[in-house]
Design a protein around this ligand. Structure first.
Ligand code: SAH
Ligand code: SF4
Ligand code: F3S
Length: 443
């Protein structure tokens, strides 16, 4: 029986995307169906992010839009969750600013949303539920996860973060790092593969390389987990996000190299090319160590592609420091770089640092670096013309084309043929690159 419709807004990282899939599962179980637009919904959930000020502003803008909807439909339930309300005093600020909110809960207790909703429906009274630490218990994944993507599935391997990079709010809002028991992860992956439709499994953690650090059994590590998953039967690809350079081991490089099911696209956030800034960021590696990992990866896995995250305008970043980031970007030649202006986060160590960089300098630096990266990305894809890209996943079938994705996540438009269908991995001859798209033919 359908009792209403839901609409979920999701902001932030893959972790949040996956948690929205859990929220959808909880709502479906209670008889709600997905609405196409918020105007049609009986419950709207805002799954928020607070990694940068801009992310918070985006969420707040949209929460504000619920006010007229609530006027039209007084029974509309408005729930706000995710990382934003995990911050100190933010729950009360949100409720004050948006008095029409009915439920607020934190990122650490998503799996209890069903119970919170049931309580609200009984009492029709505003309540908030925020837990300081992750409340992960073995078995919480029994929630029916409603995965949006038809071919690709996220699987949690760790929750929280212990790294305390000085700019970052995540350890404060997501609590201490907890690894999920290996048996649970393997079972979930097996179930996904058995369904047959999932071709890409993405293992999620703030730093997958520290998987197992909190276990007594020190033989359970990320490289071992990755290899065990790669050895499962079935034609699928494994990815992982994110990987911290401080503990990206030789063993991990070897596991990627010898397991063809592991994606050759590695996301390895550098943040800055300056050792002085890396130290102030508490990243625990140097530019030299990072470059050594890149060199080893390229030597052992020639078809590897690298993407990264970069922050410009961190406190004390001089023109010289910034130029070191530029030179690193030019040296490594990432296929993709996510570049951000440093955003002050309350309660972090960097918030209190002297020599904050003025906004106009941050803007200038991000503009310069984006231009440089754009050129590198374009050159990379231009160079693919005439070459074969291995293991392109066919994601969609249109009237005259297939839409595929390369290992590094680039869309490639393909001429249709009778032998290929959605969900296949195919080798593709690249024939053109224009307007930001690759064009090719199935080999
Ligand atoms: N755990 C992941 C990153 C999660 S946040 C990792 O360490 O790789 C994603 C990215 O947001 C970070 O890599 C960083 O580049 C950026 N970021 C985090 N805090 C930020 C801040 N205060 N200002 C600007 N960018 C930030
Ligand atoms: Fe934030 Fe650093 Fe943890 Fe990533 S590793 S979530 S950047 S503290
Ligand atoms: Fe944002 Fe929380 Fe992810 S702050 S980036 S949604 S862990």
């Amino acid at each position: 029986m359908q009792i209403g419709k839901y609409f979920i807004y999701t902001y932030g990282c893959q972790m949040n995307v996956h948690e929205s899939e859990k929220i959808a599962g909880i709502l479906k179980k209670r008889g709600y169906e997905s609405a196409e637009k918020p105007e049609d919904a009986d419950i709207i959930v805002y799954n928020t992010c607070c990694i940068r000020e801009s992310a918070e502003q985006r969420a707040m803008g949209n929460i504000g839009n619920a006010k007229p909807l609530k006027k039209k439909n007084p029974n509309l339930i408005v729930a706000v969750c995710g990382c934003m309300p995990q911050q100190k005093n933010v729950e009360s600020m949100l409720k004050k600013k948006f008095p029409f909110i009915n439920i607020i809960f934190g990122a650490n207790n998503v799996e209890y949303f069903g119970e919170y909703l049931d309580l609200y429906l009984q009492q029709r009274k505003y309540r908030s539920f925020i837990l300081e630490d992750q409340n992960y218990q073995a078995g919480n994944e029994k929630i029916d996860i409603i995965r949006d993507n038809m071919l690709s599935a996220y699987v949690n391997i760790t929750y929280g973060c212990n790294n305390f990079c000085t700019y970052c709010i995540v350890p404060y809002v997501r609590g201490r790092e907890i690894s999920r028991p290996k048996e649970d992860i393997i079972q979930e992956v097996k179930n996904l593969i058995e369904i047959g439709k999932y071709k890409v499994i993405t293992l999620l953690g703030q730093n997958v390389n520290s998987y197992g650090n909190d276990f007594k059994d020190k033989s359970v590590t990320f490289p071992k987990l990755l290899e065990e998953i790669a050895n499962l039967d079935g034609d699928f690809e494994i990815r992982f996000m994110s990987s911290h350079p401080k503990d990206f081991s030789d063993e991990l490089i070897d596991v990627i190299a010898r397991n063809k099911k592991v994606s050759r696209a590695v996301h390895l956030p550098i943040q800055s090319g300056s050792n002085k800034i890396l130290k102030l960021m508490n990243r625990n590696y140097t530019r030299e160590k990072y470059l050594a990992i890149v060199e080893k990866l390229r030597a052992k896995i020639p078809d590897i592609t690298l993407s990264t995250d970069i922050i410009v305008g961190f406190p004390n970043e001089t023109e010289e420091d910034f130029n070191e980031t530029v030179s690193l970007v030019k040296e490594v030649k990432f296929t993709n770089a996510f570049i951000f202006m440093y955003s002050k986060r309350k309660g972090t160590l960097a918030e209190k640092m002297p020599n904050q960089v003025p906004i106009d300098i941050k803007r200038q630096r991000i503009h310069n670096l984006l231009e440089i990266q754009k050129q590198i990305t374009n050159d990379y894809f231009d160079n693919l013309i005439g070459k074969v890209q291995k293991r392109v996943l066919i994601e969609e079938e249109k009237a005259t084309q297939f839409i595929g994705k390369t290992d590094c996540g680039k869309v490639v438009k393909l001429k249709k043929n009778d032998k290929t269908s959605v969900g296949d991995f195919v080798d593709v001859l690249i024939i053109d690159y224009s307007g930001g798209n690759l064009y090719g033919e199935v080999e």
